[in-house]
Each structure stands twice: as structure tokens, then as C-alpha cells.
Design a protein around this ligand. Structure first.
Ligand SMILES: Nc1ncnc2c1ncn2[C@@H]1O[C@H](COP(=O)(O)OP(=O)(O)OP(=O)(O)O)[C@@H](O)[C@H]1O
Ligand SMILES: [Mg+2]
Length: 395
């Protein structure tokens, strides 16, 4: 195409593509200079990405991220990815840029760039965000993943109780070049994997003293969780979001541009306002929504009767309104709340019941389809020289 008839670069697309990380280079593909073009043709968004090498194993991940982000923009129905390869001079520039941004990042987050970050959010409180977070985390860990759980509900934390963790977070001695030691998450082996948990509930003495944190700015606390915690290796980071919208979402989006949102809702149909709120939250934070999970679905009593206490169809309606898949519907089940109270998620063990089965199905969809773990592959090996990626401290 000659330059005269080239459609204009779409700034909204560029803005949202800043959330697509090249996990290996530790920066987003726009700032790395890998996005050659981004424009609209009717309702189709076209994106041209130049890779370091055509056979880059991260290609599938980058494709999926570009599609889900651009596809969520208003007015875009389809996304076409076009591939290109960086030439030698461009490759050198990308490498320099990656090195530069690694150096510039004065306060890098400690979350490795390859970690899949899922913020579990909802349009209103009490729908089961925390329950979904801990059960999915346990199910992921059981499959052998290293799963971080960040309790972003700074005042109303419930993660430690729900996971039966009572440990106190402590700082390790500062490593070379660090002013002070990073906080070590409370970890707990689950199945073949590991849970690494950070919550203000592990910083303060009792659940009651949570009030002491009232003066703390929410966004600041979230920032600390990302900067001052030595997360180490992570396959997934699940973030239990506080009810409501605002500061925390914005802080997260700024600090972890790769974060995606999983929305939890009840089956109540009267949720139009909720849909608007969630869509607004996602739009303002540039966080793509990967799917809806319906919780507190119909309870089936031992004699086989269905009791739809909270109505039916809300998950499907919200997913339809948001244009994302409904991942599944978790039934209302006493075992889920009992497990929350006793600190034992229903997932990750035999005989967990109907809700546990649904959590397992959702986990399966997450790891195979919705947000599969990032296989780091070996693009950089073919490039000239290693890059000091301070983003991914490996232990
Ligand atoms: N599927 C379920 N079956 C039975 N009880 C459930 C289910 N899901 C959640 N609960 C219970 O409902 C209550 C609210 O759940 P939870 O704390 O997970 O919601 P939340 O969205 O995190 O709330 P908040 O907005 O206050 O953070 C808890 O007591 C929990 O045990
Ligand atoms: Mg909660």
C-alpha cells in the first residue's frame, strides 16, 4: 500500500496495545517498536506486528493478547493480525530499547513479565470474588502452577482466612543493590504447585485491626504489593479485587498493563447497571475482560430439586452485554462457604462436590484456552546478547 492511501494509525488501538507485553523483552510491544501499523477498516481492526524472528514461540501469546485487547474496543468486531519480521537494524533498536526501559524503570514491579495476571472483579460486592479467587488459585496450583494471590481488598481482606493462612509476612535481607529487603509472600505448597499469598490480613495482627489501614491510600498499598514483594517465579497472579471501581483498578492497569479481568456475577437478571459499571471499569483501565463467571447459581438438593435462589440467566446476559464468553456457572453450595470459613477451598481435592467440579472446568478453560501459561521459548537466544530484565527476578 502506498503511503498516500494508508489509513490513519488508530490511536485508541495503539493505546490498548500498550497492554500487550513481550514477556521476554519485559516491555510492551508498542514502546518496543514492534507495532508497525494499527488501523480500522470498517469494523475490522488491523494490526501489524514485527517479531524478532518469524518463528518466535511467543507469537501465539502476542496474537491472542492483541486480539482480545483490540477486539474489546468499541466499534471493532474483528481483528486481523499481520506479521512481519524485524530487520537486523530494527532488532538492534528493539534490544537497545528493551535494555533502556529495564534500566529506566526506577521501581520495577516484582511480578515477572511472563506471569498471566487475572484480576477477579465484579460490578457489585458480595458476589463471590474472593471465593472464586481462592478456589481457582488452589485448582491452578494443584495442576502444578506457581500461583500468586494478591488480596487487593486492602480493608476488607478475606484471602488469608479463606486459604487458612495465618503466617506473618516478613522482609528478607536486602539483596545487592536493594535499599531494603523485599517482603516474602506467605507460601503454601498445594498439589504439585505453590500458592504465594500477600494480603494486608497477613501484615496486621488480627482481622479487626484492618481499620488501622484506613488512612492508607488504596492505590499506594497496591503499588507496594507489586514493588516491595519478592514474588519470584509465577505462572499466574490472581488478584482479588475490592468491591467497587476506581483507584485500585487504575493503579493496577498502570503498574501491570498485562492484567486482564475475570468478571464474577450472580444469576440475578436485574444486572444491567452492573454490566455498564463493569464495562466502564474495563474501558477506563484498558483492562480486557476475558470472561464472565456466574456464581451462586441454582442449588441442587440431594433429592434432585433445583433451587434457583438468585434467579437464572444473569451470567449469560452479562457475558452477552460485554461480548465475552460465559465460562461457567458455579452452583450455590454450602461446601463453598464452609470451605471459605475453614480455610479449605473445595477445589484441588477429591470429592469436592458439584461446585468444585465447575471450578475445575473453569480452570481447564483458563489454562487451555482463555489464558494459557506463557511458554517462554527462546526468541532472545537468537538475538544479539542478553538483556538485563529486572522485571523477572528468578529464584
Ligand atoms: N457458590 C457459593 N455457594 C455458597 N456460598 C458462597 C458461594 N460463593 C460465595 N459464597 C459465600 O458468599 C459470601 C460472599 O462471598 P465472597 O466473600 O467470596 O464475595 P466477594 O465478592 O469477595 O465479597 P466482597 O465484595 O465483600 O469482597 C461468603 O460468605 C462466601 O462463603
Ligand atoms: Mg471479597
Amino acid at each position: 500500500m502506498s503511503t498516500t492511501d494508508a489509513p490513519p494509525i488508530d490511536e485508541a488501538m495503539i493505546a490498548i496495545l500498550r497492554g500487550v507485553m513481550d514477556p521476554e523483552l519485559g516491555d510492551n510491544i508498542v514502546d518496543l517498536g514492534m507495532v508497525r501499523n494499527a488501523y480500522r477498516e470498517g469494523t475490522t481492526g488491523h494490526v501489524t506486528v514485527a517479531l524478532t524472528t518469524a518463528g518466535c514461540p511467543l507469537r501465539a501469546t502476542i496474537k491472542r493478547d492483541c486480539e482480545s485487547r483490540v477486539g474489546g474496543l468499541p466499534g471493532i468486531e474483528r481483528v486481523r493480525l499481520h506479521w512481519d519480521e524485524l530487520n537486523a537494524a530494527e532488532k538492534a533498536r528493539v534490544m537497545e530499547r528493551a535494555r533502556q526501559s529495564a534500566r529506566d524503570r526506577a521501581t520495577p514491579t516484582q511480578v515477572p513479565a511472563n506471569a498471566r495476571v487475572l484480576a477477579v472483579a465484579s460490578g457489585k460486592g458480595g458476589v463471590g470474588k474472593s471465593s472464586v479467587t481462592v478456589n481457582l488459585a488452589a485448582a491452578l496450583a494443584t495442576r502444578g502452577f506457581v500461583v500468586g494471590v494478591m488480596d487487593a481488598d486492602i480493608w476488607g481482606f478475606s484471602i488469608p482466612r479463606m486459604l487458612g493462612m495465618e503466617g506473618r509476612l516478613e522482609a528478607r535481607p536486602p539483596a545487592e543493590g536493594e535499599e531494603r529487603g523485599k517482603i516474602v509472600p506467605d507460601s503454601q505448597p498445594v498439589g504439585n504447585g505453590l500458592l504465594k499469598v500477600v494480603s494486608t490480613g497477613l501484615l496486621v495482627e488480627t482481622e479487626e485491626t484492618a481499620l488501622m489501614w484506613r488512612g492508607l491510600m488504596l492505590a499506594k498499598a497496591v503499588e507496594q504489593f507489586l514493588h516491595d514483594v519478592d514474588w519470584g517465579e509465577l505462572d499466574y497472579l490472581l488478584i482479588d479485587m475490592p468491591p467497587g471501581t476506581g483507584d485500585v483498578q487504575m493503579a493496577l492497569a498502570r503498574l501491570l498493563p498485562q492484567a486482564e479481568m475475570l468478571v464474577v456475577t450472580t444469576p440475578a437478571l436485574s444486572a444491567q447497571k452492573v454490566a455498564v459499571r463493569v464495562a466502564d471499569m474495563a474501558r477506563r483501565s484498558h483492562m480486557p475482560i476475558v470472561g464472565v463467571v456466574e456464581n451462586m447459581g441454582a442449588f441442587v438438593s440431594p433429592d434432585g430439586q433445583r433451587w434457583a435462589f438468585f434467579g437464572e440467566g444473569g451470567g449469560e446476559r452479562l457475558a452477552g452485554d460485554l461480548g465475552v464468553p460465559l465460562l461457567d456457572s458455579i452452583p450455590l453450595e454450602p461446601a463453598v462457604s464452609a470451605g471459605g470459613d475453614s480455610g479449605e477451598p473445595v477445589t484441588g481435592k477429591a470429592g469436592g462436590g458439584a461446585a468444585a467440579e465447575v471450578f475445575e472446568r473453569i480452570t481447564e478453560r483458563l489454562v487451555t484456552e482463555i489464558c494459557p501459561p506463557v511458554d517462554m521459548g527462546t526468541c532472545t537466544a537468537r538475538m544479539d546478547g542478553p538483556i538485563p530484565i529486572t522485571l523477572s527476578p528468578r529464584r
